[in-house]
Design a protein around this ligand. Structure first.
Ligand SMILES: [Zn+2]
Ligand SMILES: [Zn+2]
Length: 134
């Protein structure tokens, strides 16, 4: 059993899947549902409109979108933008183009790291050989 302090209200709670106490998790679910419903009714709502009409803080609304729990309608490009290039997006943190580029970059980094490991193995092998020669 792991006890944690709720990051929202500071109360101690038993950590399960969500890093939030049951009270705050329930409130968060309600907030999420309000935003989802509002966006369903008014697909082109701005962030200001959403926070005003639902009472849910803008920070939370953006979180739902960035976590991929909520997705905007294709026509609503005024709320979320790519954290890398600023292009309008509908859900998540990055546009498709940046997500793709970052994936490739990560692959390259992984390959490079793998290459370094191989080199190290090689020199290790070599030093063993040299030791044996002495
Ligand atoms: Zn809480
Ligand atoms: Zn981008």
């Amino acid at each position: 059993m792991e006890l944690r302090n709720c990051p929202v209200c500071g109360k101690l709670f038993v950590y399960t899947v969500r890093n939030m106490c049951p009270n705050c998790a329930k409130k968060d679910e309600e907030n999420f549902e309000k935003v989802r419903q509002y966006l369903y009714d008014v697909p082109n709502a701005t962030l200001d409109e959403i926070t005003e009409k639902t009472g849910v803080p803008a920070k939370n609304v953006l979180e739902y979108l960035k976590e991929g729990r909520l997705m905007l309608k294709k026509t609503n490009t005024n709320i979320l933008s790519c954290e890398r290039c600023g292009a309008p997006i509908l859900t998540g943190k990055y546009c498709d183009k940046c997500a793709d580029e970052m994936k490739k970059q990560l692959e390259r980094l992984k390959n490079r790291a793998f290459g370094i490991n191989e080199d190290m193995k090689g020199s290790l092998h070599l030093s063993k050989l040299q030791r044996r020669e002495k």
